[in-house]
Design a protein around this ligand. Structure first.
Ligand code: NI
Length: 171
């Protein structure tokens, strides 16, 4: 396995729309393993392929406290959504920034697993938030896009300052 470089907002490569995976092969399995290692090492709970500059629709998650329940979604699609919830979100591509985002409360997702088999899963709460956040990445969206232009400018300024203070802090 290998740790991958995580792109940081406002890197334009975070805006690319990822392409569906035709057939799940060892290439996707290796990418998923590398992304999980990268996510665990950065202490994140989710990571989308877009964030490591891979243009395929693949995301990984682990919401467990014990950090031993990895989930992989390939070609994830939200097939139903109900309700709404507001949750404070952060992102490995937007380090040190947290903001409230409104999303669906319950969703049903269809995806392929690492074995290439389709599955469907219901999700609510934090899991639903996380899946919606990561699918956004695959569509070239970042959670700060939901903020007002004023708040987004503040975020950009704060990130710039952070980078000047810690020039080597990019993981
Ligand atoms: Ni993110």
């Amino acid at each position: 396995m290998a740790k991958l470089n995580i792109l940081e907002f406002p890197d334009p490569r975070l805006r690319r729309v990822a392409q569906p995976v035709d057939v799940v092969t060892d290439r996707e399995r290796k990418l998923a393993a590398d992304m999980l290692e990268t996510m665990y090492s950065a202490r994140g709970i989710g990571l989308a392929a877009t964030q490591v500059n891979e243009g395929v629709r693949l995301l990984v998650l682990d919401l467990s406290e014990t950090r031993d329940q990895p989930r992989v979604f390939i070609n994830p699609e939200i097939i139903s959504r109900t309700g709404s919830q507001t949750c404070e979100e952060g992102c490995l591509s937007v380090p040190g920034i947290y903001a409230e985002v409104k999303r669906a409360e319950e969703i049903r997702v269809r995806a392929l697993g690492l074995d290439g088999e389709p599955f469907e899963q219901d999700a609510d709460g934090l899991l639903a938030v996380c899946i919606q956040h990561e699918i956004d990445h695959l569509d070239g969206k970042v959670f700060v896009d939901y903020l007002s232009p004023l708040k987004r400018r503040m975020v950009e300024k704060k990130l710039k300052k952070q980078r000047q203070r810690e020039p080597d802090a990019v993981a």
